[in-house]
Design a protein around this ligand. Structure first.
Ligand code: GUN
Length: 302
């Protein structure tokens, strides 16, 4: 079967353009502050792309960078100041925080009206009852992709692998609100491949390189790969990409590659639709962050 590759870059660009047009047409001036504590290299890259995406659309995007040694109390003070600042519509605390910081206290300090990540318990509760404005960006971006690609959610069997607060749990809730029959799988799930093979929509968000192989995938299913894993082993790259593939050549030039939780070669020709890594879910997360910033701006002023 021909697998349709879902172009997250294109859809992310469409969403960002729509947000940009609305900001311009209504002469709005939203602002987003991103807090990064410590020097996690992946977090630094994410924060840079988040603030850049904002600035391109006329959103005031600032990143506040702190040493790894920052304390919980100091972070609470920063958040308190941002909560009071009327020019700031969105506050995002990049995770993971340094191990000594109390993550729960920090996330709960963010004003729920400015919580563009949708991580505050008030927003988690609102998402749970299905009456929400701000919900986590990655699952919201995925729902938008499914809608724009005409992938029917109503009545579908949806299986989510991973039960994180950032992706797995909110993903399950959003699919449920759109009338899918939802199964949330995790590390203790028995017969994982068999459970997944019943899915019309399969979302993999566990951070395990190429876990999802052919036998996990029902013929024609939509497979959404949230994983972003760095591989450096040549044998593994050869097996994942194929010796003669351009991706293997690029791996050899760079010495590493980014691979999702879905085996790229094994599932091609079996899935009906598949998000690539990179260029699938990643751009949707950023697009939804700018959208949430606009939503927070509008909701705070209405
Ligand atoms: N770390 C990994 N994903 C995310 C995300 O969506 N938001 C934040 N704040 N941190 C993350």
């Amino acid at each position: 079967m021909q697998t349709r590759i879902l172009d997250g870059k294109k859809i992310g660009r469409q969403i960002r353009d729509e947000v940009g047009r609305e900001i311009e047409a209504k002469n709005l001036s939203p602002g987003l502050s991103v807090i990064l504590a410590g020097d996690n290299p992946a977090s630094k890259v994410y924060v840079k792309s988040k603030t850049k995406a904002c600035q391109e659309l006329g959103i005031r995007g600032e990143s506040l960078l702190f040493e790894d040694s920052i304390t919980t109390e100091q972070l609470l003070e920063v958040i308190g100041r941002l909560n009071q600042d009327d020019r700031v519509d969105g506050i995002l605390v990049q995770l993971p925080l340094p191990a000594h910081v109390d993550q729960r206290k920090v996330l709960e300090a963010v004003d729920p009206a400015k919580d563009v990540d949708g991580f505050h318990p008030i927003n988690v509760g609102r998402l749970c009852i299905g009456d929400f404005t701000l919900a986590p960006c990655t699952p919201m971006g995925i729902m938008e992709m499914l809608r724009r690609e005409n992938i029917e959610v109503k009545g579908a069997n949806a299986v989510v692998i991973g039960r994180s607060n950032i992706v797995g749990k909110p993903m399950g809730l959003l699919l449920l609100h759109s009338h899918a029959t939802v199964t949330l799988c995790h590390s203790r799930t028995r017969n994982l491949a068999e459970v997944c093979s019943r899915a019309d929509i399969l979302v993999a968000a566990v951070g395990r390189t190429a876990l999802v192989t052919r036998e996990f995938v029902k013929e024609g299913a939509a497979v959404i790969d949230v994983g972003m894993n760095r591989i450096e082993d040549e044998e593994q790259a050869r097996s994942l990409f194929g010796e003669d593939s351009p991706r293997f050549q690029r791996f050899q030039e760079k010495g590493y590659a980014l691979v999702g939780d879905v085996h790229p070669r094994d599932t091609l020709g079996r899935a009906g639709a598949l998000t690539p890594v990179p260029g699938g879910v990643g751009p949707l997360t950023i697009a939804h962050l700018v959208k949430n910033t606009l939503l927070a701006h509008q909701a705070r002023r209405s």
